[in-house]
Write a protein that binds this ligand. Structure first.
Ligand SMILES: Cc1cc2nc3c(=O)[nH]c(=O)nc-3n(C[C@H](O)[C@H](O)[C@H](O)COP(=O)(O)OP(=O)(O)OC[C@H]3O[C@@H](n4cnc5c(N)ncnc54)[C@H](O)[C@@H]3O)c2cc1C
Length: 470
């Protein structure tokens, strides 16, 4: 396993479950800790997520999500907890308004439902008897929604909602990669509102119950439990710098250039972000390296605040957080009210935990400020944005704050991404079946998708290994 994020660890657990007892599994992780974008920290004595915060409970195809299944597999089924509220808001004109219900990442099936935040242009979405997209066509989400419903729906709804997940822009992100159900419906439906309704009708009816879950004690517990359950040897501070096909397997060059370690293995799961993966792949197959290396990433910073108990009078009482459209001109693009959202994080002393998120794709220069500057700008903007929604009391100064920077963190899938991934995987499957790709660089950013991606990569290795056995 190269890469000790959640995809690599899920692959390691799956390999442990599928390979004969005694099989040696090693996870090489370049940093000093496992988990990648999952990192639990502490602020003013409270547990705070400095990276990913929660995951979807259900799989889009029905049943538990792969993340829930992994948590159960590694003994954390009883540690799963759910938000007290999923109510979120959009900051429009400096005022927090409820996110309209019933949209697909902001794309409405019912235009009346979004009237409070955006002005759709219904005349654009006329039925001209042809499906919106050709059979293999992919477009940006912004392109399709602008064309069919006008720019206001993109700028005030879809862009901030997609930005909340990808830190990316609707005008650059692939419809097929970020909204596959809508892309599928758009290949048969002649109107966008019809496609949204068709996608919603095709989804398995949710059984009710919570949509998101997290782990009490933090996401790093899931990381540690997965590492433990995999029984893998964990090698930290062990960057893999070269990958060379050799007879019967692979040679890895691990560690610093001045003192490299050469390791021979039977099979490799590359569970890395696209850039380091592309660098390794370039030495195996230049074309595959180029396909994988096309993927660009957005950088973000998360500013976490611990606020004194009296901040409760300044914050909205029942919101889990809010999103800010880019047109509002603020530095922060989203905020999460952790202690409102998650009952298990509430503190006996009433300390409140809030996290602001900064950075959209193409705005990396905004992150070139000191931590102190980010903290004071985020606090000032947070105070302004909640001013109308709280009890009219100014937001108090934090008792503690923390800035977590994630450089090159969130993949920006442009149109054609899924085809490029399929082509890269097909080329590897033909020439190098014991080398597989997993993680957010390929299949999607959400934790369940990354878990599934790691598990699939592990299954592919098992198949290749079984096929090669005499
Ligand atoms: C700030 C933030 C918040 C998020 N919030 C959520 C959320 O709430 N819910 C959700 O579902 N998703 C969320 N996501 C997305 C999700 O966390 C990620 O997509 C997912 O964790 C990626 O997992 P991964 O294993 O594919 O990659 P990573 O987590 O990036 O792991 C890859 C690992 O490979 C290591 N590595 C790199 N190069 C080498 C090398 N040469 N040799 C060895 N190791 C190497 C890295 O150090 C890293 O540990 C969030 C992402 C970010 C950035």
């Amino acid at each position: 396993m190269v890469g000790g994020g959640i995809a690599g660890l899920a692959a390691a657990v799956r390999l442990r479950d599928r390979l004969p007892a005694g099989a040696r599994i090693t996870v090489y992780e370049q940093s000093g800790a496992l988990g990648g974008k999952l990192r639990t920290g502490s602020l003013a004595g409270a547990t705070v997520e400095f990276g990913a915060e929660s995951f979807l409970v259900r799989d889009p195809a029905g049943g538990d999500s792969a993340a829930v299944a992994l948590a159960r597999r590694v003994g954390l089924g009883d540690a799963l907890v759910h938000p007290a509220t999923g109510r979120a808001a959009l900051a429009i004109g400096g005022e927090l308004r409820p996110v309209p219900p019933g949209t697909l990442v902001g794309v409405p099936g019912d235009l009346a439902a979004v009237a409070a935040v955006a002005r759709p242009e219904p005349e654009r979405d006329h039925d001209d008897g042809r499906p919106l997209l050709g059979p293999d066509e992919d477009v940006t989400v912004g392109d399709l929604v602008r064309r069919r419903l006008g720019g206001d729906v993109v700028d005030r709804l879809v862009d901030p909602m997609l930005g909340g997940v990808y830190a990316g822009r609707a005008d650059q992100l692939s419809l097929a990669a970020t909204m596959p159900a809508l892309a599928r419906a758009a290949r048969t439906e002649p109107t966008l509102t019809g496609a949204v309704r068709a996608a919603q009708a095709a989804a398995p009816r949710p059984p009710g119950g919570p949509v998101f879950a997290t782990v009490t004690g933090g996401m790093s517990r899931l990381v540690a439990a997965a590492a433990e359950a995999s029984g893998a040897e964990i090698r930290l501070n062990a960057a893999v710098r070269e990958l060379v096909p050799v007879s019967g397997g692979w040679r890895l060059v691990v560690g610093p250039a001045r003192d490299p370690e050469l390791v021979e293995v039977d099979a490799v799961v590359l569970a890395l972000p696209a850039r380091p993966a592309a660098r390794l792949l370039a030495g195996v197959d230049v074309a595959v390296g180029a396909l994988v290396g096309r993927l660009d990433y957005a950088s973000v910073a998360l500013v976490s605040f611990a606020l004194p108990a009296r901040a409760a009078e300044a914050l909205p009482a029942d919101l889990s957080g809010f999103l800010v459209p880019a047109g509002e001109g603020t530095l922060i693009k989203a905020a999460t009210f952790f202690t409102t959202k998650w009952p298990h994080l509430r503190r006996p002393d009433g300390t409140l935990l809030v996290r602001a998120s900064i950075g959209r794709y193409g705005e990396e220069h905004l992150l070139h400020r000191s931590d102190d500057e980010l903290v004071s700008a985020a606090h000032r903007e947070l105070a302004d944005l909640v001013a109308g929604a709280g009890g009219g009391v100014p937001l108090p100064e934090p008792v503690a704050s923390h800035v977590q920077r994630w450089g090159g963190a969130l993949p920006q899938y442009t149109p054609g991404h899924l085809d490029r991934v399929a082509a890269a995987r097909a080329a590897l499957r033909n020439a190098y079946p014991t080398l597989t790709l997993a993680g957010a660089g390929y299949d999607g950013v959400g934790i369940p998708v990354c878990v599934r991606s790691g598990e699939t990569a592990a299954e592919d290795i098992v198949k290749a290994w079984e096929a090669a056995r005499p």
